[in-house]
Design a protein around this ligand. Structure first.
Ligand code: CTP
Length: 420
């Protein structure tokens, strides 16, 4: 079993909630707890009632140095379902029974552990253990797929002799494998180190007169999430943003603009500096042709016509001027999502487009969640289900990073805007 070797403890100060559910493999969680503590983690153990039939809470309590939580309704457990996950860097469920996987996948909250999963924002790592026939049951397979699609790290059980005496896949994974999954989930990813990313976000505001403007419903959350995630992964990030109510992401240089024209200038002068451009802004396509220098008075008028003219298509123009930058755009659509997104990918000369249907319930403008399909120049599609915008930001960065790596190995020529 590989532990930290000469690197020293790898989880110093990390707060881990260790969930233990009712499988015979529960005794192995005791050894894992000791390993996590040796690695420097602070561990709070939460047991289901059935887990307590296999190992006593006292065992975990003595070893972890913290009271073990078992019941949502015990007097001294007040609000544990909120406070424990809030402080946790990761929740690790070892062993996870088929019942636990089902409740996590379905979002049931009928005990402390399952309720915690509904409030947790941190990574979730589960190591299932069960009889082989159960692991391959279609319902377990479906629940595992649903959890994986939401970003849960599932450490597959291993093949071997089971408690039932049979041979099959169902044995809890080796402790070293589980530890590695925890270390990977908690290690800061620095895969964008050395890259310079230009991100745009938010709406633009196009003045009608000094007090009025044309704008749109963009909150800026998606672009800010991308800037934040890229910075956390080691990139230098400049965020060019239209007016939003969001705080500046830490470590990111923020350039505030109002109009499409300001945004065009702010991005164009930084294009040469950047290695990747991610255009999440909702740029106004039209602006008033003759913005009034003074407030327009209603006087005797009963109607008023506004002459509009096209703004620059910023992304297409950046794409036409680029040298080696990877260009990522968004397509906000209300119909024919994939067809429209593919057209934009070609017309704007992009490497990747994030297609999102802004009519999807719970997604799009103003929401903290979004769902999208990523489409690259080869037509390869990655469907991403509804998830927090920060998780989607990481998924977009993952795909963009893959494209950069492929490009490095192939050295493909840049596409030409307009698709010619
Ligand atoms: N975009 C841009 N400049 C514009 C309009 C859009 O750079 N004047 C960018 C957006 O930031 C997005 C992509 O182009 O990355 C697609 O934007 P979208 O609003 O979906 O499409 P449009 O190009 O505006 O086309 P349409 O309004 O016809 O859907």
């Amino acid at each position: 079993m590989q532990i930290s070797g000469s690197m020293g403890p790898t989880l110093i100060g990390k707060q881990i909630v260790l969930g233990v559910t009712g499988s015979i493999a529960a005794y192995k969680a005791v050894a894992l707890l000791r390993t996590l503590l040796r690695e420097g983690a602070i561990v709070h153990v939460v047991m289901t009632q059935s887990a307590t039939k296999f190992v006593t809470p006292l065992t975990f309590e003595v070893l972890s140095g913290h009271p073990v939580s078992t019941d949502l309704f015990e007097a001294h457990q007040e609000m544990k379902h909120l406070s424990l996950p809030e402080q946790a860097d990761a929740i690790v469920i070892v062993p996870a029974t088929a019942n636990c996987l089902a409740r996590a996948a379905l979002g049931l909250g009928d005990d402390l552990l399952s309720t915690m999963l509904l409030t947790a924002q941190c990574p979730l790592i589960v190591a299932p253990a069960m009889d082989g026939g159960m692991w391959t049951h279609p319902s377990v397979t479906e629940h595992v797929s649903a959890l994986r699609a939401r970003g849960t790290i599932v450490v597959n059980p291993e093949e071997g002799p089971l408690a039932s005496g049979r041979i099959g896949q169902g044995r809890l994974a080796e402790e070293g494998t589980i530890l590695e999954a925890i270390q990977t989930a908690l290690a800061p990813r620095r895969d964008w180190q050395g890259h310079r990313i230009l991100v745009s976000a938010g709406p633009t505001q196009e003045p009608i007169d000094p007090v009025r403007f044309i704008s749109n419903r963009s909150s800026g959350k998606m672009g800010y999430a991308i800037a934040e995630a890229a910075q956390a992964r080691g990139a230098q990030v400049v965020l060019v943003t239209g007016p939003t109510a969001l705080p500046a992401p830490r470590g990111v240089e923020v350039v505030s603009v109002a109009t499409a024209e300001d945004m065009t200038k702010a991005l164009s002068v930084r294009l040469a500096w950047s290695t990747t451009v991610i255009m999440a802004a909702a740029v106004a396509d039209f602006r008033p042709k003759y913005p009034a220098p003074q407030k327009i008075k209603k006087q005797e008028r009963t109607d008023q016509t506004l002459d509009l003219e096209r703004t620059t298509d910023i992304l297409a123009s950046l794409s036409a001027q680029r040298t080696t930058q990877l260009m990522v755009g968004f397509a906000a659509e209300t119909s024919d999502l994939i067809a429209h997104a593919k057209d934009k990918l070609t017309a704007k000369g992009l490497d990747l487009i994030v297609a999102n249907d802004v009519t999807t319930e719970g997604a799009g403008f103003g929401s903290d969640q979004n769902a999208a399909t990523l489409i690259d120049r080869q037509g390869a599609m990655t469907e991403l289900p509804l998830m927090p915008k920060r998780a989607l930001a990481d998924a977009i960065l993952n795909r963009a990073h893959e494209l950069l790596r492929t490009r490095q190995s192939n050295q493909t020529p840049k596409p030409v805007a307009g698709g010619r």
